[in-house]
Design a protein around this ligand. Structure first.
Ligand SMILES: [Zn+2]
Length: 279
């Protein structure tokens, strides 16, 4: 399930291979994949891809024609993949959109998603601004430490769901939330308003480090994540808690990583991340 690092890897590969290329043609298999703006597809034909941005777990391709900007936004958050033509695709019936490019390093980009409804949006600048404002909170890679700490201090509730709340902090899902909390020694269910400021700073530092290292490592391929060039993420080998139920805690405390079932599986060390420890 792609999270921020995987979406960032996708954005980076699209920038490297497609910026400056012209969208020569498009094919849409099913219009119900498009949530908004499907009727504007013809506008994009013959237009140059000028930029690729990432918002949370979504990637926005920005096209410019005669000073007008329009975007194709693809959600990667559940099961979506953007793949170049050279990559063999299992279950090719789930390829819903193909974008043919001329003048780039890759001739085609395909959007694959077994969940069909409304995963692409075609937006003008105002539409993109609204889309981003409505869905995405601060970006974990660009938010300043002071602002992040302030944001959490104003909140109540359990820590892990807050870290994964896309309208508060955009891009962290279950894998990275578990990894960040383990490294900070915080129980997933800690009440956020009772966490000390120094610990929130440490949480910020770990969030930055984990996400940046994961981007460098190509993300985590858990289940089915592939970058546009078909490569798998290598960050999984650095996971310390996620999926490690029953294994000894890497901190050598003598306990096993345990799994806590709430809405989403939480993997944590009951000693290092005890709820009773005051941090
Ligand atoms: Zn431990």
């Amino acid at each position: 399930m792609p999270e921020l690092p995987e979406a960032e890897v996708v954005a980076q590969q699209l920038r490297t291979n497609l910026i400056g290329a012209t969208l020569a043609d498009y094919w849409v298999g099913r219009m119900d994949i498009v949530r908004e703006g499907g009727h504007t597809f013809p506008w994009y034909r013959g237009v140059i891809l000028q930029q690729v941005q990432r918002f949370g777990k979504s990637v926005a391709l920005g096209f410019v024609k005669e000073h007008e900007c329009r975007y194709i936004v693809a959600e990667l958050g559940m099961t979506g993949l953007l793949l170049f033509r050279s990559v063999p695709i299992k279950h090719s019936q789930h390829v819903h959109v193909r974008l043919a490019f001329a003048g780039g390093k890759e001739p085609e980009l395909r959007y694959w998603n077994p969940r069909r409804f409304g995963r692409l949006s075609l937006l003008d600048q105002k539409g993109l601004d609204r889309y981003v404002a409505r869905r995405f909170g601060c970006d974990p890679l660009s938010v300043l430490r002071h602002d992040f700490v302030q944001l959490l201090r104003e909140r109540r509730g359990r820590l892990k769901p807050l870290l994964m709340h896309q309208q508060v902090i955009a891009g962290i899902g279950n894998i990275y939330a578990n990894e960040i909390l383990f490294r900070t020694g915080l129980h997933p269910n800690r009440e956020v308003s009772r966490i000390r400021e120094a610990t929130l700073m440490k949480l910020y530092d770990n969030m930055q480090r984990v996400l940046r290292e994961a981007v460098v490592d190509g993300g985590s391929s858990v289940r089915d994540f592939f970058a546009p060039d078909g490569s798998e993420g290598r960050y999984k080998r650095h996971h310390l808690a996620y999926g490690k139920e029953g294994q000894p805690c890497p901190n050598g405390c003598g306990r096993l990583i345990r799994r806590l079932q709430s809405e989403r599986s939480s993997f944590f060390c009951p000693l290092c991340q005890s709820k009773k420890v005051s941090r």
